[in-house]
Ligand binder design. Structure first.
Ligand code: ATP
Ligand code: ATP
Ligand code: MG
Ligand code: MG
Lengths: 227, 227
């Protein structure tokens, strides 16, 4: 369960202070399938980075499965993250000059999975996102949408309890997007909690709940009909 | 006018050969407003990079305004590109650790525009895409969609004859996307040729012609009704 209360994030660029999150209250229960939407600059990625244990709030609390993670050290955050969360970055963050299969095995190394099993699971994850033919390609030898799918495979390969994806279909054509959403639905049916940012209403309709951001606040939190 | 005939691009990764473009024939006349669509990996960015004089074809011809540019040197390609084309990359390619306003002035320096005018035009371009409040932010101090809009401003600041944009609204919410498309329509009405890749059908409907790629070929080339 994800519970955030009065979450604030203030970025200090030296020249000015940006109040990116201005008091977010949000609860996501295990097994939910949530879309986060809102205008460019409204705080979606900032919220995802805190929920994903990649960053700390300036003010407010974040309890993940009952544990207060608002003020952990970087190492402690990394440990929680690796154990519970698969994260798809808005800009993919693939390791350059490193093949798809090597990129996808990285989380398995941290999880202590043994060598031969690492390779098998990485191949399965890449095939799952339609990249069985690109295992040995490096990021600069792949299309934008292929890089995006490697990032998705990497987030899923540890079978995390929670998938957090920041615009996972931003560079995918409609058909490939629908295939990815079908994959997420399957994982959600099997119990995985899914929280994803999307700006495409069609994609959001695959989710079960839509949380709308505006200017660092949540302005609407609604259930998707007929899901 | 853009005229490509039997355009091929083969990438050699050492391990294998990828036939990314398998014989493209395409003509785009001055003032057209064209959307390029197709599945992930179908050759859209590869085609855009050749059209944008960022890369050379493996086989086939490309005549830009009557000039054969298929086999120019890197310097010659850069000269044509800077003179005629504004290019928005799928991955933005902003200069890191460099502010928005500095990123946007770069093409003006190459164009020999004088200092004070550089600054004025860069500010105007950034305000045009809604980033008047982010002039002095560096890429890592901006949201994904804000970085994307800096890339658009940079492509437009030289008022090029041709705008080539590879997924310019991929990270923008619907409202901001519509604002950007309205800007492109305005520029197109004023005579700018616009060629843009998009995977969003709603966005493509702002264009006047849709060219559909599949597996490195053009499978459909249609006029958008009621435009
Ligand atoms: N430098 C490269 N080396 C090897 N293969 C490449 C290289 N660049 C692209 N490719 C391959 O060429 C094909 C076409 O790539 P391209 O980037 O043009 O696709 P795209 O239509 O833009 O896809 P997307 O919608 O995902 O951005 C892809 O299968 C890709 O893997
Ligand atoms: N490191 C930073 N330093 C300063 N300001 C920042 C930083 N990161 C983000 N911001 C600002 O905080 C605000 C929220 O950014 P955020 O990335 O969360 O938006 P977003 O909703 O994800 O936008 P998009 O849809 O464009 O990806 C933006 O106005 C942005 O300029
Ligand atoms: Mg974002
Ligand atoms: Mg592409």
């Amino acid at each position: 369960t994800i519970v955030v209360r009065d979450l604030h994030k203030i970025y200090d660029t030296g020249a000015e202070q940006i109040h990116a999150l201005a008091g977010i209250d949000l609860t996501v229960r295990a097994g939910e399938f949530v879309a986060i939407m809102g205008p460019s600059g409204s705080g979606k990625s900032t919220a995802m980075n805190i929920l994903g244990c990649l960053d700390r709030p300036t003010r407010g609390s974040y309890h993940l499965d009952g544990e207060d993670v608002s003020d952990l050290s970087d190492d402690e955050l990394a440990e929680v993250r690796n154990r519970k969360i698969g994260f798809v970055f808005q800009s993919y963050n693939l390791i350059p000059r490193t093949t798809a299969i090597e990129n996808v095995t990285v989380p398995l190394k941290y999880a202590g999975v043994r060598g031969p099993e690492q390779r098998a699971r990485a191949i399965a994850a890449l095939e799952r996102v339609g990249l069985g033919e690109r295992l040995h390609h490096k990021p600069n030898e792949m299309s934008g949408g292929q890089q995006q799918r490697v990032a998705i495979a990497r987030a899923l390969v540890t079978a995390p309890a929670i998938l957090m994806a920041d615009e996972p279909t931003g560079n995918l054509d409609s058909r490939t997007s629908v295939e990815i959403m079908a994959l997420m639905q399957e994982l959600n049916d099997a119990g995985m909690t899914v929280v994803m940012v999307t700006h495409e209403p069609d994609i959001a309709l695959h989710c079960k709940r839509m949380v709308h951001f505006r200017d660092g606040c949540i302005e609407l939190d609604e259930v998707v009909k007929d899901r």
